[in-house]
Design a protein around this ligand. Structure first.
Ligand code: FDA
Length: 313
């Protein structure tokens, strides 16, 4: 299982495998389980549907391989446009629909000026989100970007204090990062982590990642920030619920988050109990890397994916 995960994460960076999967006859329909569409209208429709079910959402414009400044600007503009559409549809007020942004998509990897370019683009997205009555969460990518992403977060929060961060429990550093960020007004999404990381920086065994997740949850739940519990793991959800009780938290001061298409019944169950549940909704043409990370998380999804490709092909 560990080997399969490593292979799939490796494949997520391979252009040859990418072109085979993108052009396979059955791909599109399978991808729809995890990515509701490629156009902004698809994204707005999916958010409206989820909000109608009593859920909230975070919309992610897919795209990680931004190689020039123009491309980074187009991604920024895509966010500004979709925020306008979401606002027109009445979905953004009170943060019911927010957006998630990968800094690499808005320029972070563009050489020495990358962080500055990403910060400027992210600022404009934050301003558009604020005008629409909602906010932004910065996704976290591989460990080489963590310091830069947290530095951009600090800058953005000066004007937009509600901008959220993501911390990944598989990194050794994360418990300390949780302590730094468990402060009033700070929104922190805690996830296990989805990238291939070396043993020098990250726990490798699933059990160790889970233990780290619980330690980090304890810090966030006991702190004065706004914890966002991003996991599909029933044990982590139960532990978060218990920690919320011991820390006298109530449904409005923390939330649960899950990915589009994964455990939708559990999303609705938690919401029906009065919890805030946010569904992460990715959309766009660049679904390949996202899909491969989802397949790496669960071998059953690989079998499902391959069966669909064969039966449709
Ligand atoms: P784990 O992978 O241990 O799964 C526990 C159980 O959940 C499984 O046994 C299964 O029942 C179910 N499950 C999990 N994944 C599934 C799948 N793909 N298909 C079907 N069932 C599945 N990562 C990152 O590095 N940076 C980021 O910014 C984000 N952002 C983010 C936002 C949100 C809202 C979520 C929910 C997750 C992320 N992630 C992320 C991804 C995260 O790091 C992690 O890879 C996945 O959430 C899977 O980990 P779980 O906590 O679900 O546990």
């Amino acid at each position: 299982m560990h080997v399969l995960r490593q292979v799939l994460l490796q494949a997520s960076r391979s252009t040859a495998i990418r072109s085979v999967i993108e052009t396979a006859p059955g791909s599109r329909q399978v991808v729809r389980r995890f990515v509701p569409g490629t156009d902004p209208q698809d994204a707005v429709g999916a958010c409206a549907d989820l909000v109608g079910q009593g859920l909230t959402t975070s919309l992610d414009h897919l795209g990680e391989d931004t190689t020039d400044v123009e491309h980074a600007r187009r991604v920024r503009d895509a966010y500004v446009t979709v925020l306008g559409l979401l606002s027109d549809a009445g979905l953004t007020q009170g943060g019911r629909v927010e957006v998630s942004v990968k800094l690499s998509a808005v320029g972070q990897a563009l050489g020495a000026d990358g962080e500055k370019i990403a910060l400027e683009n992210a600022r404009e997205i934050c301003a558009a989100a604020a005008a629409a009555g909602t906010t932004v969460t910065l996704d976290m990518e591989d460990h080489t970007t963590t310091d830069s992403t947290l530095a951009v977060l600090r800058e953005l929060r000066q004007d937009h204090p509600s901008v959220g961060a993501v911390l990944q429990a598989y990194l050794f550093r994360t418990e300390a990062d949780c302590r730094d960020l468990a402060v009033a007004g700070s929104r922190v999404r805690l996830c296990k982590g989805a990238y291939k990381e070396p043993p020098s920086v990250a726990f490798q065994a699933a059990a160790e990642v889970d233990l780290s997740y619980v330690r980090c949850l304890k810090v966030l739940m006991a702190g004065s920030g706004y914890p966002m519990v991003a996991t599909h793991d029933p044990r982590m959800v139960a532990i978060a619920g218990a920690l919320a009780v011991t820390n006298r938290r109530t449904p409005g001061d923390h939330e649960y988050q899950m990915l589009y298409g994964i455990r939708p019944e559990e999303q609705r169950r938690l919401a029906s109990e009065g919890e805030i549940v946010r569904v992460y909704v990715p959309y766009g043409q660049e679904w390949y890397g996202y899909l491969m990370r989802r397949l790496a998380e669960r071998p059953a999804n690989v079998a499902f994916f391959l069966r669909s490709l064969v039966s449709r092909g």
